[in-house]
Design a protein around this ligand. Structure first.
Ligand code: OAD
Length: 246
């Protein structure tokens, strides 16, 4: 398995990672649709839409406050760290659906957050934006203009930040290999990125303990968790492409 991956990687210059909740699962952050997934216990339509927020901002903020707590007490795992190590061999771009910031905390140098960030908040009315690394003691937090602040994340029915999305498409169309780790690939438009990569004949590799709806489109699938598969991949790269690393 890993030897056929090396075959695909040895001439690669640029690798794009598309990541989702599964890559942070081993850091103690729950996924959305897995066994203990958040959307199995909570109604997404009551917590992650602008309509739900206007209906009950306190409920939504309580939930995000809990997620902030969980994320702030989590650490990057071996999967996040292995992606950083791959920068020794390739240009590595991380396109993540996660809002937890763990790729950046691990040290990845080029990360695009497709769905926003847990540390960012913005006003529902004016252009005020802020970055806050603590839990809110008073909810809902208010803007200096007096209106309610909201998490600066992408909710269901909302568009991705267009500047980020355009860059994500360009990177996907320009990579030799796309590694898709820890995402069910059911959420659009992030799940169209492998199609853009394929248009440029990139090799698609999936890392996921379970099959996804796009498994049949993959060139290779590794049925394992990301904190096991990615360090193994790095160790095989070290053995085979060691001379290329700095
Ligand atoms: P999902 O919860 O839909 O999928 C997580 C995937 O990770 C599943 O395919 C699991 O099999 C896999 N997985 C679980 N543990 C893993 C591990 N240790 N290593 C590798 N893979 C593992 O999460 P996402 O695909 O990220 O959006 O969900 C996409 C979007 O849907 C999220 O960004 C969020 C959610 O609703 C919004 O809130 C807008």
């Amino acid at each position: 398995m890993y030897s056929s991956i090396i075959e695909k990687l040895k001439n690669a210059k640029k690798i794009v990672f598309v990541t989702g909740a599964g890559i942070s699962q081993e850091s103690g952050i729950p996924t959305f649709r897995g066994k203990d997934g958040l959307w199995r216990n909570y109604d997404a339509m009551k917590l992650a839409t602008i309509e739900a927020f206007y209906e009950n901002p306190n409920l939504v903020w309580e939930w995000y406050n809990e997620r902030r707590n969980n994320i702030f007490s989590s650490e990057p795992n071996l999967g996040h760290k292995a992606i950083v190590e791959m920068e020794k061999f390739f240009e590595v771009i991380v396109l993540t659906q996660n809002i937890d910031g763990l790729h950046q905390r691990a040290g990845s140098s080029q990360v695009l957050e497709l769905h926003g960030s847990i540390v960012k908040i913005k006003c529902t009315v004016c252009n005020y934006r802020e970055v806050i690394y603590t839990k809110f003691s008073k909810i809902p937090p208010l803007c200096p203009c007096g209106n309610i602040l909201r998490p600066d994340v992408v909710w269901f029915g909302e568009a991705l930040p267009q500047n980020v999305w355009k860059k994500a498409i360009i990177h996907s169309m320009d990579c030799n290999v796309m590694i898709i780790a820890g995402t069910s690939l059911v959420v659009s438009p992030a799940n169209t990125l492998p199609i853009y990569a394929k248009q440029n004949n990139a090799t698609l590799i999936e890392i996921n303990p379970d099959e996804t709806i796009m498994t049949d489109d993959m060139d290779l699938s590794i049925r394992s968790t990301s904190s096991v598969a990615l360090p193994k991949l790095v160790s095989v790269l070290n053995k085979n492409l060691g001379g290329r690393g700095s």
